[in-house]
Design a protein around this ligand. Structure first.
Ligand SMILES: [Zn+2]
Length: 295
């Protein structure tokens, strides 16, 4: 199988079986082959979603993933991610800047930036969420390609978290980021890794129940993210790892062999959690990877 990302001729099947289809506990009806490229290292499977653009516009997507599509529910689930996102970007990037977030949902993260940013560009396929964000005064677009028509070369800071793994063409995604940014503009793009520690300890259980999903068409790593950024002509390319899930999550998985069974209580102290996250991040074994680029 030819690599769908770099075109390399050598890839191998690293998994064949049912994979997650939407939220936890929902699986595909048939086996799915997951491939890894020997050249660029990217992991992918064929797109099983019939019309991916329609799908992400739909209420069905949010229903399938989160059990609801209302704004309040979105905030309840996603406000808590803001501190992580600010830890990836820092806070000094945004003041007085034209800021765009691609795949922003209902704008939970943007709400925390809107007090300092000059303009907020919110790119989100869901029409229901766009309406809420338009009412907040954000410039909203369903896709980056639409935003480019009005903001090409005028974005100072672009963020996009948990999006690039969903798109049909990551190369096109990077190109759109490049087009949107002005000279000297910066982008911060975050995506889950293949969570190497969890895979080593849990193998196929973890792969089936969480890691591989119909909605994530790709799993990236440092090598292929750098490749995409270099090909697009970005400069000052940097990569950082962040461990999102705590030690209680790992221990819960080991105990119950399923997600959502986090271990809490006296064993899981803040110190222990901090050491676990720090080790994973420092050694490139973390569950999340962030790409920093400048145009
Ligand atoms: Zn490849």
């Amino acid at each position: 199988m030819k690599c769908k990302l770099c075109g390399g001729n050598e890839s191998r099947v690293i998994y064949k079986g049912l994979i997650r289809n939407g939220g936890l506990g929902k699986y595909t009806d048939t086996d799915v082959s997951v491939y890894q490229c020997k050249n660029c290292g990217v992991i992918w499977h064929e797109n099983l979603l019939e019309d991916i653009e329609d799908y992400y516009k739909s209420e069905a997507y949010r229903e399938s993933l989160e059990g609801g599509s209302e704004a309040e529910r979105f905030y309840m689930l996603h406000d808590k991610e803001t501190l992580d996102k600010l830890s990836y970007t820092g806070t000094s990037l945004y003041r007085g800047k034209v800021v765009a977030d691609i795949g922003c949902g209902c704008g939970a993260f943007l709400d925390f930036l809107s007090g300092v940013a000059k303009e907020i560009i919110a790119v989100e396929p869901s029409a229901a969420y766009r309406k809420v964000m338009t009412d907040k005064g954000y410039h909203t677009y369903p896709y980056a390609g639409e935003a480019i028509k009005e903001w090409k070369g005028n974005i100072d800071v672009l963020t996009s978290f948990d999006v690039i793994e969903h798109v049909d063409s990551p190369r096109n995604f990077m190109h759109e980021v490049y087009e949107l940014l002005g000279g000297g503009g910066r982008a911060v793009i975050g995506t889950p890794t293949d969570a190497p520690v969890m895979r080593e300890l849990l193998g196929e259980i973890y792969e089936k129940k969480l890691l591989f999903s119909t909605q994530h068409l790709w799993i990236f790593s440092e090598r292929n993210l750098r490749m995409l950024a270099e090909e697009e002509g970005f400069s000052k390319i940097e990569i950082q790892y962040f461990q999102r899930y705590g030690i209680g999550n790992l221990l819960g998985w080991l105990r119950d062999k399923r997600p959502g069974a986090d271990l809490t209580g006296s064993l899981v102290s803040q110190t222990m959690d901090g050491v676990w996250k720090g080790q994973c991040s420092d050694r490139g074994l973390a569950d999340y990877i962030v790409l920093y680029v400048e145009k």
